[in-house]
Design a protein around this ligand. Structure first.
Ligand code: PLP
Length: 433
């Protein structure tokens, strides 16, 4: 047993308790592209990309060089006090590559969670209203603001209340809940009625500061809102002077086959949070928003000493270069189509594969029992077997396989991962797991 593994065992770090799935007793030593290698030298195909935080692959040489060069010049000076060229260039670039032909500003943070907290603060500051509307199944992070507007699991808020006041959750338009024969538009109208219910009963719309949504929910199960629904809630926010924000922390930066998941809907949000893969997994997040909203608060309301730190900003500039130079958005779409073919075929071959949702190199694959109900146990068995066969995958909401490889995964690695998955599916079908 390696020294690192001993430490893990001695510390009794038990991820299973935290996650309800048996994760793998390995220590990751290094990674390159879509491959991670454990402390004992075993390689795994990474189908998780560190929870969508390494879209351009592990330790991309251009990012490593950018970090190293910037570290030699200046590691840290609080961007809130003094500008530095690389952080300023990044802010300008984010303004340019986010939707919306209006004046925008950027604030940086250290995590997706604090970016979403910033959105709440700015929306409240700008509107002078307090209520925030978010969605069931959403995951926006675990700072007090972000966790208060998340709705993915009961466990996350147990024992830590009281949460942020005046936060309301409405049902996410989860297409897997569509009634038989119900069209997209009819489903959108039905869910929009549910969205409006609080406003028609106890919550005056003119007291609402913010509606925040993941256009494609990540931790909620990789679920895309219907087009019409998104237009309806966007129009509602226009009518009532409510800030409309999207959380792109998980699904942004090429993950869904478009640069931003909101690009699937042709809507320019008032505010957007970005994180995870922005600096290839270094702690950096950003909020890009309309200037009039972003200028509603004065400095100490949302300042973190290291936010927008020059090394993380250099890593982000290099990451954005790689996304453009290696055509990773198009690659995500193209390889995502191979993944869709594979998983849809698997759903036809194996009765325990239920709904399959693939948007780019980004998928949620539901595992069900003979009654069509979520089967968490079978999902756990599958992901453990997939690990034994050499690929890393975890579950979402207990019974959904989470498929989010780095966008640089080669076709050969993708094919190899499909072989591994097929073997695991076949063994489960034969009752051998
Ligand atoms: N928003 C979304 C959609 C996420 O998936 C996550 C993390 O999983 C966050 C926000 C929180 O980001 P962080 O973990 O960097 O605070």
């Amino acid at each position: 047993m390696s020294e690192n593994k001993k430490i893990l065992d001695e510390e009794k770090i038990n991820l299973a308790d935290a996650t309800r799935v048996k994760y793998f007793d390995i220590v990751i030593d290094h990674g390159q592209g879509a491959i991670i290698t454990d402390a004992d030298g075993t390689d795994y195909i990474d189908l998780l990309a560190s929870a969508s935080a390494t879209n351009i692959g592990h330790s991309h040489p251009k990012v490593v060089a950018a970090i190293s060069n910037q570290a030699k010049k200046l590691i840290q000076y609080t961007p809130a006090y003094f500008a530095n060229p690389v952080t300023a260039s990044l802010a300008k670039r984010l303004v340019d590559i986010t939707p919306g032909n209006f004046k925008k500003q950027v604030v940086f943070g250290n995590s997706g969670s604090d970016a979403n907290d910033a959105i709440i603060k700015f929306a409240r500051g700008y509107t002078g209203r307090s209520y925030v509307v978010s969605f069931t199944g959403a995951y926006h992070g675990s700072t007090y603001g972000a966790i208060s507007i998340s709705g993915v699991s009961l466990n996350m808020t147990r024992k830590i209340g009281p949460l942020l006041p005046n936060t309301i959750k409405v049902p996410f338009p989860d297409q897997t809940q569509r009634e038989a024969g119900e069209s997209d538009d009819a489903f959108s109208e039905r869910l929009f009625k549910q969205f409006k219910l609080p406003f028609e009963t106890y919550l005056p719309a003119d007291e609402v500061a913010l509606v925040i949504i993941e256009p494609i929910q990540g931790d909620g199960g990789i679920i895309k809102a219907p087009q019409k629904y998104m237009s309806l809630i966007y129009e509602f926010t226009r009518k009532h002077g409510i800030v409309f924000a999207v959380d792109e922390v998980n699904q942004g930066l090429g993950r869904t086959g478009k640069l931003w998941s909101i690009d699937h809907f042709g809507i320019a949000p008032d505010m957007m949070s970005i994180g995870k893969s922005l600096a290839s997994g270094l702690p950096l997040s950003a909020v890009v928003g309309r200037t009039e909203i972003m200028s509603s608060l004065s400095a100490p309301a949302n300042v973190y000493t290291t936010a927008g730190n020059p090394v993380t900003a250099a890593a982000a500039m290099a990451t954005l270069d790689v996304i453009a130079e290696e055509n990773l958005v198009a690659r995500s779409k193209k390889l995502g189509e191979l993944a869709r073919d594979f998983f849809e075929q698997a759903a036809r071959s194996y009765w325990f594969i239920g709904d399959v949702r693939i948007y780019g190199l980004n998928g949620g694959i539901d595992i069900i029992d003979e009654h069509g109900k979520p089967d968490n146990q079978a999902t756990t068995k599958l992901i453990y077997r997939i690990f034994e066969l050499g690929a890393i995958m975890i579950s979402l909401r207990g019974n959904t396989l989470r498929f989010q490889p780095p966008l640089v995964i080669t076709e050969e690695q993708l094919t190899q991962s499909f072989k591994i998955l097929t073997q695991a599916f076949t063994e489960l079908a034969a009752g051998n797991l």
